[in-house]
Design a protein around this ligand. Structure first.
Ligand code: ADP
Ligand code: ADP
Length: 225
């Protein structure tokens, strides 16, 4: 299984603002931490990988096939955990998962089984019938991860999964991510180094739309320290 980013460039504002500059990456199963300062191009890259944004040039391929041509069959293997915003506060955790399962087109019987299983994995069984509005920050992050896993994705994209959490919750989320990462390509964007120090196979360090370095965590973190 291989996700390849081939020589991607992207500009905004009619070409005036450069966001990605001839970026190439090869990703195989494992956790990749994407690190970089604000404006480095992390969100743009994730929007292109999820096929929500078209690059100006270059292409993304999954096992050698262009993701835009794969279309729905590509979206079916994709799981995306967005940053926490616009969560349906009046939905219960369970109703939210059912709603997301319907959006993803999961058959009812499969949805039922997955929802039960995932509520267990993210340790929200006891709170499944409570309103999302009453959830703590950590519980909200966990239900967002659960919805990203509903279709058992091969590619899982996590955007700042520990944002706004206290240190104890952060560690829980990290451990949890490493347990669900098996046989998946996991792309985790963060600016919190400890989030990926111990769970990432590789760190992808970006700056001004370019790849600075892609390597195992330790050599990169030693360089940064
Ligand atoms: P990051 O996620 O690493 O903060 P982004 O991909 O959001 O980086 O942004 C990369 C660059 O592109 C930044 O300079 C940002 O200001 C610019 N940018 C991002 N989105 C837009 C947009 N919709 N319109 C104009 N410029 C944008
Ligand atoms: P258990 O861990 O309780 O043995 P299984 O691994 O047998 O559970 O999975 C139960 C159901 O949940 C299966 O139908 C499986 O497809 C689904 N499932 C397992 N792992 C995931 C996952 N990470 N994301 C989505 N669905 C999953």
């Amino acid at each position: 299984m291989k996700l390849s980013i081939h020589n991607i460039s992207k500009r905004y504002n009619k070409g005036k603002k450069r966001a990605l500059d001839h970026l190439s990456l090869e990703l195989t199963p494992g956790v990749y931490g994407i690190l970089g300062p604000n404006g480095a191009g992390k969100s743009t890259l994730m929007n292109i990988i999820t096929d929500n944004l078209k690059p100006d040039s270059g292409q993304v391929t999954f096992n050698g096939q262009n993701i835009t041509e794969l279309g729905k069959s590509y979206r079916d293997i994709l799981g995306y955990m967005p940053q926490q915003q616009g969560l349906y506060e009046d939905f219960t955790g369970r109703r939210f998962l059912w709603y997301m399962a319907a959006l993803k087109g999961l058959p009812k019987s499969l949805a039922e089984e997955r929802i039960r299983h995932l509520l267990q994995i993210v340790n929200l069984e006891q709170d499944a019938n409570k309103r999302l509005g009453s959830y703590s920050g950590g519980m909200k992050q966990r239900i967002l991860i659960a919805q990203a896993l509903l279709n058992d994705p091969k590619i899982l994209i996590l955007d700042e999964p520990t944002a706004g959490l206290d240190p104890k919750e952060r560690i829980r989320i990290r451990n949890f991510i490493s347990t669900i990462a098996m046989n998946k390509i996991v792309i985790l964007a963060t600016h919190v180094v400890p989030d990926i120090e111990f769970i990432a196979k590789q760190i992808i360090l970006m700056k001004q739309g370019q790849l600075v370095i892609q390597d195992e965590p330790q050599p990169i973190l030693n360089r940064m320290r």
